[in-house]
Design a binder for this molecule. Sequence first.
Ligand SMILES: [Zn+2]
Length: 234
Amino acid sequence: MWTPIRYSATKTRTYPEMGGHDFTTLLGDGLELFAGAECVCWGFDWVQIHLCMHCGREGCQMGGYVHVRRARENVLFFPLFDELKERGQFICPPPFMESRGVLFYPPAEYAVLGQVVARLPAANTLEPLELRECARIAKWEVEHVLRGNLDPGTGGEAWDALTVCSPAMWDTFAKLMAQAWDSSEPAILTRLAHTDAEVIRLGAAPWPLLAIEGTRAHLLLSPDWLVANCYVEL
Ligand SMILES: [Zn+2]
């Protein structure tokens, strides 16, 4: 997960015969975050943030789709994991996610984004991030780093590389993933630094995936965020 710090924008217009709308391309830390920032159709479950520069219309070109969710006051942009297998490149995420991962915005940083993206929805109007989405984000980001490419699959060799660890810890992690995988319960995220949890790295995982606090093992969404309501008793 990453949070862009520096923004820059270039403004053009769509073709006159296509309405001649403003069309802003927004770069975050040098990567293209939005193409047609003012043309984005917010408020839907699938949001295309890279739009066709000729017409600015949703669906005219392939890819650039994300879900936008909130976890308390934080906002996340992430791929349409479940739909990717069936629809592939038509709904694939924007290219920046391949190199930097899921977008994560704490409130202050989201407010900054709101200053450069017209009609950006308020965080409290977004649908809550669900536990099942946390499991997919954690898995996708780890697999992505291990494979060095985008793969929305649900298993495979890269994932197997994580199992080269203590069988007890793998078993605990598998229970956490199974618990979260089908759960539509809203996720509660706590910054790892605000806990006393001890982190556990599994096999070849690029960062810890588990955190143990007291008698409970928690799923980690990322190296910095613990999923407070996804845990098993040890
Ligand atoms: Zn078009």
